[in-house]
Design a protein around this ligand. Structure first.
Ligand code: PEP
Ligand code: MG
Length: 745
């Protein structure tokens, strides 16, 4: 076995992508391996969602029925458990041997299995067997290990193996889009879009044209209905998302194109498909990135027309009885959400999408759990599903026992939440009398009321990019002023911290020119983006100041500041805006100005900034991302992302110490502020102001009331002496238990 064999196999693996089906691809590979290494059997197993190992391809192993080795069993199970290769002779005598019925495995006298590992998880195993009672040679074993690394990528891209018996409790992890727990039935969004329509002609073009006009009218009415329900539920700014569809549908050139196709003898659905393709291609070919992005709108409109044509108005789709539904699909659209009565919408699972996609924003506003980017799931309408938005987990085919368990948790949570809500207006004062301001993170009109209802002591972080992201074009200064005024007046004399636009990276504004960047999280985002587009910043300063007037409760917050130059430029622009507004006769005052501490570089600069700013707010989401070099939106590395990493904890202590020396008030507005263990440590550090999504407020206020700062200071000292997130979490959990808090309820 020389390097030629290695090259030959690598070449085969690279070429298999040309095979017509995934099944053919893996079969080609196992055939090639047996051939090149000259072994009798080469089998590839894939781990299914419930842990069983399913044979997906084999050269030489013949079995009476589909081969499934139950989780943890057999030599294959041993490979998974050991997490390295198992190379033995006389496998049938091994205590772990598992006989596959009808396979005649007793003929084979040697076995070598290597695990398929992807991102640290075992996803399958590659097994070779031979009639000769000889161990595989070291270089052959090494070759198998190398091949397994290539195969892991390929196998991961295959659809889930079909199991002959019903599996249960299949767990899939994505990215959390919105917190919460839901148990419901799957409502799978139709994947049969307009692109599945095939060419057909019509006998009566006049009749077809009439049908088009009726379809257009029905679709416009449907859009209007959706707009009204979005507006009622979520406010004006979100309803604007639907205007793009209406404008495209009313465009005369769209109708002209369809008419032209029908007059040429084509059937209506084919005519629509052709028109949609024509305009979509035109948009795609445009230089302007905003217009280029419009091809998605026209395609979504096409799918909508087709659905309505098929008599399947989305509103009629769910015939799944009462009870909560979990919307699932590749992309879930705003139309899909409003198609369900709000009380029936239990949760959302998107196969694609990131934590800050529109749908995640909507789900947060509606207070329902959402999981994004979970990958293609094999599900059927009406199947039971558990959605755990806190841990970003979807559980398909839950067993009775698991369902019972989760129902118990859900019922307990709901009744506990009702109890907490009754207390949420009370201030958060620790047992030893320390008052903590607990504020809401907000960004939509629709999450203002939940914040107030849940007892927020103000808005600790208003993400102004959210109203920008749910629109199709930039909001004007007046429109912004209206949105900001609404927040200010809703919160009365409570403080509101408006953060200027934090776009770029995972929060792009599709209608602005995009930067072509290899590393967007380290590129033009936050302050860098707005200083590069300073007209946006000026506009925003003007709108926030006009909304604030001279109200002392309004604060300005600058995101992602990493240098004194950036801060100075912002201050100059702010001064200029104040001057302009005064000249125009507006009664405005200079609001308190603060910076987000998100880029580690900002920490050391704080002493230089102490005269220029009034406070700091620590964005632990980004701070952790940049300290740990872990992309917060990449599910592949999510296990490395932990705000309780010792390095983050020590940096936080440093930030608090420097802020104290500089006499700068501190607040914490990253997700960490709503994690019970983290809260204990933050209070121990001296943090007295935290901000979080409104759904979490009552629980955290209740928790604070049960704690004593004296104990937490000691806890922090212990936590600073251990070197893993796990050990820190254990210490914090113990402290919570000692305080009588069952926070998993
Ligand atoms: C943060 O980074 O912690 C933060 C609050 O900002 P965002 O999550 O909006 O980036
Ligand atoms: Mg941030």
């Amino acid at each position: 076995m020389g390097s030629n064999a290695m090259l030959e196999l690598t070449r085969i693996i690279q070429n298999v992508v040309l095979a017509t089906s995934p099944e053919d691809q893996v079969q080609m590979i196992v055939d090639a391996i047996s051939d090149v290494i000259a072994l009798d059997v080469c089998s590839l197993y894939r781990q299914s969602g419930n842990g069983d190992m399913v044979l997906i391809a084999s050269h030489g192993l013949v079995a009476a029925e589909k081969v499934v080795i139950p989780e943890n069993q057999g030599l294959v199970g041993r490979v998974v458990r050991m997490r390295h290769s198992v190379n033995i002779t006389e496998p049938t005598e091994h205590p772990d041997f598992y006989y596959v019925p009808g396979s005649a495995e007793e003929m084979y006298h040697s076995f070598c299995g290597v695990p398929l590992v992807l991102h640290g998880d075992i996803i399958g195993a590659l097994v070779v067997q031979s009639r000769r009672p000889e161990l595989l040679k070291a270089e052959q074993e090494a070759l198998l290990t190398t091949l397994a690394a290539h195969l892991a990528l390929l196998v991961n891209a295959l659809p889930e193996p079909k199991l002959p018996r019903a599996p249960s409790n299949e767990r899939y992890v994505g990215i959390s889009g919105a917190p919460g727990l839901a148990i419901g039935k799957v409502h799978l969004l139709s994947q049969d879009g307009l692109s599945t329509v095939s060419e057909s002609s019509c006998d009566n073009p006049k009749q077809e044209l009439k049908e088009w006009l009726a379809l257009k009218k029905a679709t416009l009415e449907d859009l209007e209905k959706e707009r009204t329900s979005v507006k009622e539920a979520l406010g004006d700014s979100l309803a604007a998302v639907l205007d793009a569809y209406r404008m495209l549908l009313e465009d005369p050139s769209f109708t002209a194109r369809i008419t032209q196709e029908i007059e040429a003898g084509k059937a209506l659905t084919w005519a629509i498909r052709q028109a949609v393709r024509f305009f979509s291609d035109q948009f795609k070919a445009m230089d302007d990135p905003y217009l280029r992005a419009r091809h998605e709108d026209i395609e979504q409109l096409g799918d909508k027309l087709y659905r309505i044509w098929r008599g399947q108005h989305l509103t009629d789709l769910p015939k799944l009885g009462d009870g909560p539904l979990v919307l699932m699909g590749h992309h879930v659209s705003v139309s899909d959400i409003v198609s369900l009565p709000a009380e029936q919408l239990g949760g959302i699972v998107c196969f694609a999408g990131a934590a800050l996609s529109h749908i995640a924003i909507f789900a947060n506003a509606l207070g329902i759990p959402a999981i994004m980017g979970v990958g293609e799931l094999q599900v059927k309408d009406g199947e039971r599903v558990i959605v755990d938005g806190d841990s970003a987990k979807v559980i398909l085919k839950p067993s009775r026992t698991l369902l019972k368990e989760f129902k118990k948790i859900l019922t307990a949570r709901q009744s506990f939440d009702r109890e907490l809500l009754a207390e949420s207006a009370k201030p958060a004062i620790t047992k030893d009398g320390v008052r903590v301001a607990v504020m809401a993170n907000s960004g939509l009109q629709s999450d203002i009321m939940p914040g107030i209802r849940n007892g927020a002591d103000g808005v600790g972080l208003y993400r102004t990019e959210v109203p920008f992201m749910v629109r199709d074009s930039l909001p004007s200064e007046d429109e912004q002023t209206e949105v900001y005024s609404h927040v200010v007046s809703a919160y009365g004399d409570k403080p509101v911290y408006f953060r200027t636009l934090d776009v770029g990276s995972d929060k792009p504004l599709p209608y602005l020119p995009q930067y072509d960047e290899e590393n967007p999280a380290l590129g033009m985002r936050g302050m860098r983006f707005t200083l590069d587009n300073l007209q946006l910043l000026m506009n925003q300063f003007r709108a926030i100041l006009r909304a604030a007037g001279c109200g002392e409760q309004v604060h300005l917050l600058l995101p992602m500041v990493s240098s004194t130059h950036e801060l100075d430029t912002c201050i100059e622009l702010l001064d200029e805006v104040i001057e302009q507004l005064h000249e125009e006769g507006n009664h405005v005052c200079r609001p308190k100005l603060g910076v987000m501490i998100e880029v580690p570089a900002a920490i050391s600069l704080l002493p230089f900034w102490k005269e220029k700013i009034d406070y700091i707010s620590v964005g632990t989401n980004d701070l952790s991302q940049y300290l740990l070099a872990v992309d917060r939106n990449n599910s592949k590395v999510s296990k490395y992302y932990d705000s309780l990493h010792p390095a983050v904890l020590h940096e936080l202590v440093r930030i608090i110490r420097i802020a104290e020396q500089c006499e700068l008030p501190v607040s914490i507005c990253g997700e960490m502020a709503s994690d019970p263990v983290s809260v204990t440590l933050l209070l121990g550090m001296g943090v007295r102001k935290i901000s979080m999504s409104s759904a979490k407020l009552p629980r955290i206020k209740w928790l604070i009331r049960a704690l004593s700062v004296k104990d937490l200071e000691k806890l922090l000292q212990a936590a600073l002496c251990v070197d893993s997130s796990k050990a820190i979490r254990e210490l914090g959990s113990q402290a919570l238990r000692d305080a009588g808090i069952e926070y998993d309820k």
